[in-house]
Design a protein around this ligand. Structure first.
Ligand SMILES: Nc1ncnc2c1ncn2[C@@H]1O[C@H](COP(=O)(O)OP(=O)(O)O)[C@@H](O)[C@H]1O
Ligand SMILES: [Mg+2]
Length: 189
């Protein structure tokens, strides 16, 4: 559960929130709509703790992972849509990337001498991935993306445009994509 309690927030001379309260329960889906400059991003930044309210407080229950996909596209380049969506669920994605790196290392002839060490580490990391329910998470991430009409190729392709919205020919970040991250975070929480 995420609770905003009597939030007051001002940016410069502009008052964005006065005694604003809201509660987001597990499983709920909420869209925040408002004109440019109304304070939507500021509200998200307060939920993630990057900014603090002037008054009141933001309370996030223990065990809840906040997945936040910034509207700035820069951070996505070189990463697949599946890993971005999984990232919303917290530490499991770091374990997933190490697993992938180790898989690449196993078939790399230059690393042949380290094979014993790589295989040992792979066993440890794979155990951790299972503990964190990583295989189910990846399946869920793919299910969500398929529901948004992403093809396999779009899910796995790395790079800025591999994950472009099926409905659009541009590389701009899509609302679908943020939604898929938010959805998987809620599912995990
Ligand atoms: N770091 C900042 N310092 C001062 N003012 C800011 C800062 N960030 C945003 N603002 C101002 O706060 C208001 C709300 O911004 P923002 O939360 O980004 O709105 P939205 O996401 O709804 O478009 C805007 O008027 C913006 O100019
Ligand atoms: Mg904004």
């Amino acid at each position: 559960m995420i609770r905003l309690e009597n939030i007051g927030k001002q940016n410069g001379h502009q008052i964005l929130f006065i005694e604003a309260s809201a509660t987001l329960l597990k499983g709920e889906r909420v869209g925040l709509v408002g004109p440019n400059g109304a304070g939507k991003t500021t509200l998200f930044r307060m939920i993630t703790g990057q900014e603090h309210p002037d008054e009141g407080q933001v309370a996030v229950d223990r065990g809840v992972t906040i997945g936040y996909f910034n509207q700035d596209v820069g951070e996505m380049s070189g990463r697949s849509a599946v890993s971005e969506v999984m990232d919303g669920a917290g530490p499991v994605s770091a374990v997933a990337s190490e697993l992938k790196q180790l898989e690449d290392a196993m078939v790399d002839p230059d690393r042949a001498d380290d094979m014993e060490e790589i295989i040992e580490r792979y066993g440890e990391v794979q155990g951790r991935f299972e503990e964190l329910d990583g295989y189910a998470l990846e399946g869920r991430a793919r299910e969500i993306l398929a529901g948004l009409s992403f093809t396999q190729e779009m899910m796995d392709g790395a790079g800025k445009c591999a994950w472009r919205s099926p409905a659009s020919s541009s590389c701009a970040p899509t609302p679908c994509f943020s939604t898929s991250r938010a959805t998987i975070s809620t599912w995990k929480a």
